[in-house]
Design a protein around this ligand. Structure first.
Ligand SMILES: [Zn+2]
Length: 710
């Protein structure tokens, strides 16, 4: 392989090809503006916000979370966002202040010999909601803390050392302290229990997981305190206790408090700031979200998302103020939240806001050093079926562009690019590629409250998986890569700015992405549909499932095309025309299926009528509708019991698909189609009975009602 020749050729190759290759150019924004946004955003600058935020333990409603939120507010103001304010929202969760804590091995006179755990080292070495204590007591090793082990150890008045899974801490607090009178607990991980997925604590012997105690009394006895130490620390203490002739004596000092000095009631912070659009009446605000609360460190989850938002705020505001970036038509809102809870509370307190919000772009875990685990991927979840929107295609277009811009191959090299065609690198970051991809919808972060009923706002979300460090002392600065942090910030900024600034002159380009990507999606769905006809022995059942698949795909694309109408009212005729083309596409796809059916069933007739089971017939007679508003959902959404047989994300999408028109059977068909698109490994399986259970529970919650189909 020669290396010199391509570089010599580079100049003339570039000169000869004036329009750059499509993937190299982001088609939805002027290339100069794209380059400016990428050049202004700094992963190094974003990293510095993580340095600050990660120092504070940030459990819900704690004074230290308030300090972190105050920092976010101060920086948002300093960077020139408008209307910046810190909102103290009412919370349903108890507040707790960690204070300070120390655990020492002491001599017979109580003088300190050796430190076992301390808030000086690490705030999460004390379990959240531990209560104040100043206790000197004997240590007793209770192994795995079974009832027999606890009885044999005679734990009353002693501090117990127990190994277990994270879920065992609550059980041991109840069994040893609340039922048998122990003074407190020291927990360390059992090496045989997994920490995250296939990662075990044995792989990560210095990991201290972030654990929280219950506040509930048992027979009038409250929980006390628990120290949480690593596997290595636990084994060392176990060995030391075993080798000691006399029981070890420990001194535990906990200066925590349930409650908050910041606010008399349980509260949670949310910081809001905006870049004001030129058309305040547009009522199509673009929201960026990331969450502030979590444990100390929590650098990736989600100090990175907040840091990225602060850097986006700084960069866009600066470019706009200096006249290098046109002010967008629509307002961009920055919501730094208490994860998932802030949005639901905000919607309940200000239901009128729902009419103003167009889309949400969430960033949760956007700083991961992907070289730490080569399998780590920066996933960006698509807009789910029920909320489908051209936001999805803007996101996919940005990710395609940013990945191509930061990936290497030999043909680019021969076009004169030394490494990446349009690199976004940070000074103190890696030069690794950008390993990002769109994935099917997943929840469990701030975009969830937007997508779910009753808000129903389209959203995409950045996340990083797998993450072996999440919710532990190891989610810290050493595993953050400034380069990936910067790229994710650029990606989120491009998505937000493209949508916020879109007007009639951008319609053609946006429509091109939505139609082109839509046709690729439909093509894939038709393939999935025809695979059913190939694979299922019952060709009639296969035909109807295949037709569901196509209708599902077409309905999704109708939704995306309809959303293009939001760009400008002058484009209504264009949208109607595109919808008409989509109807034609549906007819031709269904015709293809009918022909495939006839080939597979060896017949020239149309398929016989669809056979429905008793449950399917019952579902066909039900028409669920949403009854509750944001306030009712805030207090009662947990009353809807998820069917344990159904994947949670699928089940939340199923509820999101309820619109007062679709029947229960439609919902089942949509969920089944969704599973076939993404795979059972992604969304599991579903039966008509699962759907029936979920709908019955939804009705009992009074958030939904079920009308009979007449
Ligand atoms: Zn989080």
């Amino acid at each position: 392989m020669t290396t010199a020749r391509p570089l010599l050729l580079a100049a003339c190759v570039l000169a000869a090809s004036a329009p750059a290759a499509a993937a190299q150019q982001y088609p939805l924004l002027d290339s100069t503006l794209t380059n400016r946004i990428s050049a202004e955003i700094s992963g190094d600058a974003a990293y510095d916000h993580i340095r600050i935020l990660s120092a504070y333990h940030r459990p819900q409603g704690s004074d230290t979370l308030f300090v972190a939120a105050s920092y976010v507010q101060r920086m948002a103001r300093a960077f020139g966002l408008d209307s910046v304010h810190l909102i103290m929202q009412e919370s349903k969760r108890a507040t707790w202040n960690p204070g300070t804590s120390d655990l020492w091995i002491v001599d017979d006179h109580g003088a300190p010999l050796e430190r076992v755990a301390s808030s000086i080292d690490n705030r999460i070495e004390l379990a959240d909601r531990s209560r104040p204590a100043d206790v000197t007591a004997e240590l007793v090793d209770v192994g795995a803390g079974s009832d027999a082990e606890l009885d044999a150890a005679n734990v009353a008045g002693k501090i117990v050392l127990v190994r277990g899974s994270p879920g065992d801490l609550g059980r041991v607090m109840a069994a040893a302290v609340q039922r048998r009178g122990a003074a407190g607990v020291i927990w360390y991980p059992d090496p045989y229990t997994p920490s995250r997925g296939f990662f075990s604590f044995g792989d990560q012997p210095t990991m201290v997981p972030w654990l929280t105690l219950s506040t509930q009394p048992i027979d009038g006895k409250l929980p006390t305190f628990a120290f949480v130490i690593s596997l290595r620390g636990g084994v060392a203490l176990h060995n030391r206790a075993a080798a000691s002739k006399a029981p070890l004596r420990l001194h535990a000092i906990v200066k925590s408090e349930l409650g908050s000095t910041v606010h008399s009631k349980p509260w949670m912070p949310m910081v809001e700031g905006v870049i004001r659009g030129t058309s305040p009446d547009a009522a199509q605000d673009v929201v960026l979200t990331g969450h502030m609360q979590e444990e100390q460190h929590s650098a990736n989850d989600d100090a990175s998302g907040c840091a990225s938002m602060l850097e986006i705020a700084r960069a866009l505001t600066k470019l706009i103020d200096e006249g290098f970036l046109p002010r967008p038509r629509r307002t961009i809102r920055f919501w730094f939240t208490t994860e998932n809870d802030s949005e639901r509370r905000y919607f309940a307190d200000h239901p009128e806001i729902l009419k103003r919000l167009w889309v949400d772009i969430n960033q949760d875990m956007v700083g991961a050093d992907q070289s730490v685990d080569v399998m780590r991927t920066q996933n960006v979840n698509r807009v789910p079926f029920a909320r489908f929107h051209f936001l999805n295609d803007v996101m996919e277009s940005v990710i395609d562009y940013m990945v191509a811009a930061n990936s290497s191959n030999i043909t680019q090299y021969r076009n004169g690019y030394g490494l990446y065609p349009k690199p976004h690198l940070s000074h103190n970051g890696s030069m690794d590629r950008y390993n990002a991809q769109p994935v099917w919808y997943q929840g469990d972060s701030d975009h969830e409250g937007f997508v779910d009923a009753p808000a129903g706002i389209p959203a995409v979300g950045f996340g990083n998986e797998p993450d072996r460090f999440i919710h532990s002392n190891l989610d810290d600065l050493q595993f953050i890569d400034r380069t990936q942090l910067g790229r994710n910030a650029v990606s989120a900024a491009l998505i937000a700015y493209t949508i916020a600034s879109a007007d009639s002159s951008d319609f053609a380009a946006l429509a091109a992405e939505t139609v082109g990507r839509g046709e690729a999606r439909i093509g894939r769905s038709v393939g999935v549909a025809m695979q059913l006809l190939a694979a299922w022995p019952d060709k009639t059942a296969a035909y109807y499932a295949a037709a569901d698949q196509v209708r599902y795909a077409i309905e999704r694309e109708h939704r995306a095309i309809a959303s293009l109408g939001g760009i400008s009212s002058s484009k209504a005729a264009a949208v109607a025309q595109m919808q008409g083309t989509l109807d034609e596409r549906e007819k031709s796809a269904l015709h293809e299926l009918e022909l495939a059916y006839q080939r597979e069933a060896h017949t020239t007739h149309a398929p016989p009528a669809r056979k429905l089971s008793a449950t399917e017939m019952e579902l066909a007679k039900m028409r669920p509708a949403i009854v509750g508003g944001p306030r009712e959902f805030l207090f009662h959404r947990d009353d809807v019991e998820p069917d344990s047989g159904v994947n949670e994300y699928l089940s939340s999408q199923l509820l999101a698909t309820i619109d007062g028109h679709r029947t229960g059977l439609d919902l089942y068909h949509i969920a089944a189609a969704e599973i076939r698109e993404a795979g059972t490994q992604y969304y599991g399986e579903i039966t008509p009975e699962n759907v029936l259970h979920l709908l019955e529970s939804a009705q009992r919650s009074k958030l939904f009602r079920i009308d009979p189909v007449r």
